[in-house]
Design a protein around this ligand. Structure first.
Ligand SMILES: [Fe+2]
Length: 388
């Protein structure tokens, strides 16, 4: 997020001597996006963050992607996937392409230390609570929070139970849409959220020193691979940091949705952008006030876009009768024309507001599916528009 924060102790001038109580120097680390060409942070460790003592390949989960044939709209019931694991290793990849990977996790425990070199991660907490511990400090999160974890941030998740949709950028960053930002990065009037809504770590996180293992993920061919690093010192030894690169959270309950006299298209609900994909949020809101408005969405053809919709809470009036419910994910691929279920247009007339809460990921390259998608697919969905 391109605005400045400072947490804990940092020296008055960057790249100058910053000594510990015993007279030794802190170890300064620059964490920079896109090399040295974008946002960065300077972190001050008690110990060098470079003291690697071991490295081993870790067999990863089956995350093969394949084109699903025939071309069909699809419905996945995430709540029928098994509960267990953690928010890192317990992710079940559902769909992906060369730009983004979409996973679901029903986590029931703490994760190992993890660092993702593939891209920024966007974790949306559907339910429960969790704490993101990182070299930047502690960030408590709860149901309805989006959490952006920049690539390269060493972190771990603690939770006693939560459900989450995880959107992983492949080689890119998750940011507010450019059109929400001033030329120098301030969120503009007219954006559905502002800096006051963004939460970041507020205090350093220091744990007792000792050896630590960190799981590191990187791109490998068209997939990813995992390496387990052993370090001489625990990475959570940062006494202070400052800069414009850090994990941050935004609650969907803090969004101020935009509305119009007639039905507004999804880009008005956009929350984040990544390379080759966007993320939109549909929150409870007043809808169309034109006296003859049709609040239900019009039929539409997503030319050049695959549309993934994760149904989080409330009622989804345009999908009544389709089998869609809380925890459902629909995938409406490019080439398929979709719209409200039978009867939904008539039922929407005169409705003053909707209470839906849903997260949408639109990709601009076709999505392929992973084995976990088939595990929870409702194969009747494609024919639900003809059942009315
Ligand atoms: Fe759609």
């Amino acid at each position: 997020m391109p605005y400045y924060r400072s947490v804990g102790s940092v020296p008055a001038k960057r790249h100058t001597q910053f000594r510990r109580d015993d007279g030794s120097l802190h170890a300064e680390e620059l964490m920079g996006a896109d090399g040295f060409s974008a946002e960065s942070a300077l972190l001050y460790h008690l110990h060098p963050p470079t003291a690697l003592v071991s490295a081993e390949v870790v067999p990863g989960p089956a995350d093969s992607l394949a084109t699903a044939e025939p071309l069909l709209p699809r419905h996945f019931r995430t709540h029928s996937l098994a509960v267990g694991g953690d928010l890192v290793t317990g992710r079940r990849l559902l769909a992906g392409n060369g730009d983004v990977r979409i996973s679901y996790a029903a986590a029931a425990g703490d994760s190992p230390l993890f660092r993702d070199a593939v891209g920024d991660q966007l974790v949306f907490l559907e339910s429960g609570e969790a704490v993101l511990e990182s070299v930047f400090g502690v960030l408590p999160v709860r149901a309805g929070d989006y959490v952006v974890v920049p690539a390269g941030v060493t972190h771990r998740w603690t939770t006693v139970g939560c459900r989450a949709l995880v959107v992983e950028a492949v080689g890119s960053h998750v940011t507010p849409p450019d059109r929400y930002l001033s030329p120098r990065g301030q969120l503009l009037e007219g954006a559905p959220y502002c800096e006051r809504d963004l939460r970041g770590p507020t205090e350093p996180l220091l744990v007792p020193d000792g050896p630590a293992e960190v799981l590191v993920r990187r791109r490998s061919g068209t997939g990813t691979s995992l390496t387990r690093y052993g370090y001489a010192h625990h990475p959570f030894d940062v006494v202070g940091w400052d800069g414009c690169l850090y994990p941050w959270a935004l609650s969907v309950h803090d969004l101020q949705p935009l509305a119009g006299a007639v039905h507004q298209p999804p880009p008005i609900h956009q929350t984040f952008a990544g390379k080759g994909f966007v993320v939109c949020t549909f929150v409870p809101r007043v809808v169309d006030w034109h006296p003859d408005a049709v609040p239900a969405p019009y039929n539409h053809s997503n030319v050049g876009s695959d549309e993934v919709l994760f149904y989080v809470d409330g009622s989804f009036a345009s999908r009544t009768g389709s089998g869609i419910g809380v925890g459902s994910i629909s995938l409406h691929p490019a080439g398929f024309v979709h719209g409200p279920q039978p009867g939904a247009v008539e039922r929407s007339l005169g409705v003053p507001r909707v209470d839906e809460l849903a997260v949408m990921v639109d990709t601009f390259a076709p999505l392929q599916l992973a084995p976990a998608a088939a595990e929870c697919e409702d194969e009747a969905y494609a024919w639900s528009w003809a059942r009315g």
